[in-house]
Design a protein around this ligand. Structure first.
Ligand SMILES: [Zn+2]
Ligand SMILES: [Zn+2]
Length: 147
């Protein structure tokens, strides 16, 4: 189904600006912030305002195509919803977000939920730490850390 029709089934109309914002979001790397999306959209059409970008990003979430990812650094990122859950590894230094496959632990999570008579509606699997690149620079800066 084209995005225009999909939107209509959700009760929203496609407009040229909305179309541009949606396309930009789905073309960008995953996990974009409002600022990043705004910069991208402005490159294509400088008349689009920040609040328009923000509202449309909220709309993309509302219709179930993206969700907010909050990692505690004050920046809300938006991640495309995928059918299969995935995990995030978050680097505390460079803020890089690396996705990983969680297939092999999904059974465990489902069983755990069942055992506790809990109905899962979503999964957030996150590992915080330092990526290889940052650990390298950190050990150069400070010889006795993370060697
Ligand atoms: Zn993700
Ligand atoms: Zn890093």
């Amino acid at each position: 189904m084209a995005m225009k029709e999909f939107l209509r089934t959700k009760g929203f109309k496609m407009t040229p600006q909305r179309d541009l914002i949606f396309k930009s979001f789905f073309e960008m790397d995953r996990h974009v912030s409002v600022d990043e999306l705004y910069d991208r959209v402005r490159q294509l059409n400088s008349s689009v305002g920040y609040s328009t970008v923000w509202r449309n990003l909220k709309l993309i979430c509302k219709i179930g195509l993206a969700e907010e990812v909050n990692l505690g650094d004050g920046v809300t990122r938006y991640d495309r919803v995928t059918k299969v859950p995935h995990g995030h590894m978050y680097c505390l230094k460079c803020k890089e977000l690396i996705e990983f496959n969680v297939d092999h632990i999904m059974d465990f999570l489902t069983v755990t939920a069942n055992e506790n008579n809990f109905l899962p509606e979503g999964y957030k699997i996150e590992i915080q730490g330092y990526c290889a690149k940052c650990r390298e620079t950190m050990s150069e800066d400070n010889g006795d850390r993370l060697t």
